[in-house]
Design a protein around this ligand. Sequence first.
Ligand code: FAD
Length: 460
Amino acid sequence: MTIRKTKHEMPTLPVSERIRSFKEVALGYDEETAVAEAERCLSCKDKPCTEGCPVGIDIPEFIRCIKERRFEDAIEIIKKKNVIPAITGRVCPYENQCEGRCKLGKIGEPVAIGRLERFVADWERKKGISVPDIPPSTGKEIAVIGSGPAGLTAAGELAKRGHDVTIFEALHAPGGVLLYGIPEFRLPKDVLIHEIDYIKKLGVKIRCNVVVGKTISFSELQDEFDAIFIGTGAGLPRWMGIPGESLVGVYSANEFLTRANLMRAYLFPEYDTPIKVGERVVTVGAGNVAMDCARTALRLGAEESFIIYRRTKKECPARKEEVRHAEEEGIKFMFLANPTRFIGDEDGRVVGMEYIQMMLGEPDESGRRRPIPIPNSESLMRVDTVLVAIGQRPNPLIPSLVKGLKVGKKGTIEVDSEGRTSIEGVFAGGDITTGAATVILAMGAGMRAANSIDEYLSIK
Ligand code: FAD
C-alpha cells in the first residue's frame, strides 16, 4: 500500500467569517478523516514520536486504536499521561516535538498526531467523559498553587493516586494562561471548562480568588498540607525599555489578552470591559502571544493589524499554523524591523511609532542570528494601539516571599530534575521554573513533580 505523503487537511472556518468573530478557527477532523490520517502511521517499534512527547504518551498505540475505530481505548491511552488532551491537541507545538520525530517526515509530512489527539478528546467530550477508578484515600493532603497546565497536571496525577489535592488560584476562575491568555478562537473556553471538570471529577478541589502570599501565607499552607506544588507561571510582562511605553494605548500583551479573554471584552455589550482598539494596531514580537494579540485586535475591529519583528519569518517563534492563520486573516508582517520609540499626542495617547530596519548578524546564544539595527534607517508610522508581546517573566510574589526558596537569576524557582525545590516537601514546575515556555513542557514538569511528591509522601 502506498502511503499518502501529506497530512489530511484540517478544515477551517472561512476567513471572512473568522476575522470578525471569536469562533474557533480550526474545526477538527471528522471520523473518516481521522481514521484515514491514522492509517498513515508506520507504527514504528522504536516509537520516536513518544520520545519527542514531553509527557511520554504512547502515540503509535493510540493511533492504532483510531485505525481500528477503538476511540474509547485511544483516549484511555492518552489520558494515562495527559489529563487535558483536548487542550494540547489544539495548542501544542507538535512540529518541534512528537511530529518533529515522525519518520514519515523524512519523505513527506509527519502524521498529524496533534489533530488525532484532538479528534479523540473531542469525541470523548461529545460522548461524555468517563473517570478512572480512584484508589482509596491515602490521607495525605497536597496544596497546588496555580491552576495552569502545570498545576492542573500535578493535581490530576496526584488525585489519581488517592491523594487529597486542593488547588489555590489567584484569579476568579481556573486555567491560567489557557483561560486568560489563549483566545477563544484557538481554544474555546467550553473545551477548557470540560477538561477542568474532568480534573474536579478526579476529586481535586479548586479554591479561586486566593493569592498565596497575600490572601493566605505560604507558611500557613506548609502547616496545613503534607506537600506543596508551586505552578504560578510567568505572567509578568517584559517591556522594551524605549521611550513612550507608558503612553495611553500601549498595552502589555497580558493586559490586552486578559481584558479580551478573561474579562470577555469581546462579548460587548453583554460585558462592558473597556478595551481600546483603534484603526491601526501594532503588535511587537512574533511568538504565539504576539499572533494572539494581532488576531484578537483584528477581531475587535482594527482596520489594520501589524506585527513588527526584528528577525525574519524563518525565526518566528510562534507555531507555524498560527503564523499561517494570521497571514490568511490579513495580519501585516513587518520583518527585520524594531520600534525605537512610541510617540504621543498632547493628551498622552499613542499616535505614532518610530522604527528602525534590522539585519541579521552571527548566531547569538539562542542559536538564532542576532538582529542588528541598520544605522539611519528609521521611519515613522501612524498607530492607535500598541501591544507589546516580547515575553513574560516568572510571577515574582512567591519567589520573593518564601524564605529558603532558591531562586535563579531570571527569577525562576530552582528545581532538580524531579521538581524538588530547596525546601523539603515543596515542589515546583512549569513556567515558574523555566520562564515562559509551552503548555506541554509545563504539563511534563507537573507530571514529574507529581511522581516525586508521591514518592516523598510514601516515605514521609
Ligand atoms: P500558567 O498557565 O501561567 O498558570 C499559572 C497560574 O498561577 C495562573 O492561573 C496564575 O493566576 C496563578 N498564580 C500565580 N501566582 C499565584 C499566587 N501567588 N497564588 C495563587 N495563584 C497564583 N504554549 C503552547 O504550548 N502553545 C501555545 O499555543 C501557546 N500560546 C500562548 C499564548 C499566550 C497568549 C500565552 C501568554 C502563552 C502561550 N503559551 C502557549 C505558553 C503556555 O500557555 C505556558 O507556557 C503555560 O500556560 C505555562 O503553564 P503554567 O501552569 O506554568 O503557568
